[in-house]
Design a protein around this ligand. Structure first.
Ligand SMILES: [Zn+2]
Ligand SMILES: [Zn+2]
Length: 334
């Protein structure tokens, strides 16, 4: 039996472990991918820390997978052997629940999430439902494309939820998602104000290099009030900080899957039709729209790479805020 190297997660707070596993086989409607690169996401951290508590165990993490098709399962006809595809967090849906039927497959009642309910991309091979894979823009290398698949895609969904009439956009937490979405927002003519952990001048300088109009501490007020705020850091008090900085009728969008508690706040911060909302998962339509837009901006992703055996180290760096941009595990060179 052919085997592969994989990093597995066995229990919360236990370090990831490098093991040999059998190479999976493509089932009906699936493709088997040789993984080239896989992005690292805050969601992976929330799984490892036990904050998302229903993972398959043991589990291969990773849901921003770039790979080439090496085998197609029965009935899988969408991609040919050798073609490069991306695999996102939404691995499959039931296709029959009321959310799927009304165009909200991101809220499916019986979803499958990559690197959570099924094995993901911190391994040399993985299988995926071909209907949920995306062709990737050719201008991007494997490593550059990986962060588009969650940081970019779910960041984009959060950005779209901010609405059309946004002249001033605040972004709280300037990591992988923010650095991509800041470029999109500037491309669409908005003013972008970036907020980082207090004193994180490295992240503030990084934000300015992405073309934002101002960067400062999350405790500071922006130069002018915000028409919308995107919160990418999993820090509940930022919701209140953002509300304080908003104009009437604005939206505060929480882009993460987990966040620390939001402190209580006076009603007048929400008054005048301000809205707080979350964004959950993605639809395939989000992915198609976003991946078509990316080369037009063009979005440039800033990536720090790690070999497979250092996936745990990549998660630690993400947790400590030591990274600028996105972390990507490399399995094979471009
Ligand atoms: Zn993610
Ligand atoms: Zn459904």
């Amino acid at each position: 039996m052919q085997t592969m190297r994989a990093m597995i997660f066995e229990a919360p707070t236990r370090p990831l472990r490098l093991v040999e596993l059998p190479v999976p086989q493509a089932g009906p409607g699936q493709v088997l991918l040789k993984v080239h690169a896989c992005g690292v996401c805050h969601t992976d951290l929330h799984i490892v820390d036990g904050e998302l508590n229903e993972p398959k165990l043991p589990l291969v993490l990773g849901h921003q997978i770039v790979g080439t098709v090496v085998q197609t399962g029965s009935g899988a006809k969408r991609f040919r052997t050798g073609e490069r595809v991306g695999v996102p967090w939404l691995g499959a849906t039931d296709g029959t629940c009321r959310y799927c039927k009304q165009g909200q497959e991101n809220l499916c009642n019986h979803p499958t999430f990559t690197g959570y309910n099924v094995d993901g991309g911190f391994a040399e091979y993985t299988v995926a439902d071909e209907r949920f894979c995306f062709p990737l823009p050719i201008a991007y290398t494997d490593v550059e494309a990986a962060p588009l698949l969650c940081a970019g895609l779910i960041g984009y969904r959060a950005y779209r939820m901010a609405g059309e009439n946004v002249e001033t956009l605040g972004i709280y937490g300037f990591g992988a998602a923010a650095h991509i979405i800041a470029q999109v927002a500037k491309h669409e003519g908005r003013k972008v104000y970036a907020f980082t952990r207090p004193g994180d001048t490295a992240a503030q300088e990084f934000a300015l290099r992405q073309g934002v109009d101002w960067a400062g501490d999350s405790t500071q007020a922006p130069p002018e009030n915000l028409d919308a705020a995107l919160i990418f850091a999993p820090v509940g008090p930022l919701v209140v900080a953002a509300l304080k900085a908003t104009n009437k009728g604005s939206v505060v969008v929480c882009g993460g899957i987990h966040m620390s508690d939001i402190p209580s706040f006076p009603y007048n911060l929400l008054w005048e039709e301000r809205v707080i909302r979350s964004v959950a998962n993605l639809t395939r339509r989000d992915g198609e729209e976003f991946l078509a837009l990316v080369p037009q901006v063009p979005v440039k992703t800033d990536v720090t790479t790690f070999p497979l055996k250092q996936a745990g180290e990549a998660l630690r760096c993400l947790s400590n805020g030591q990274l600028v941009g996105a972390a990507v595990i490399i399995l094979a060179s471009d």
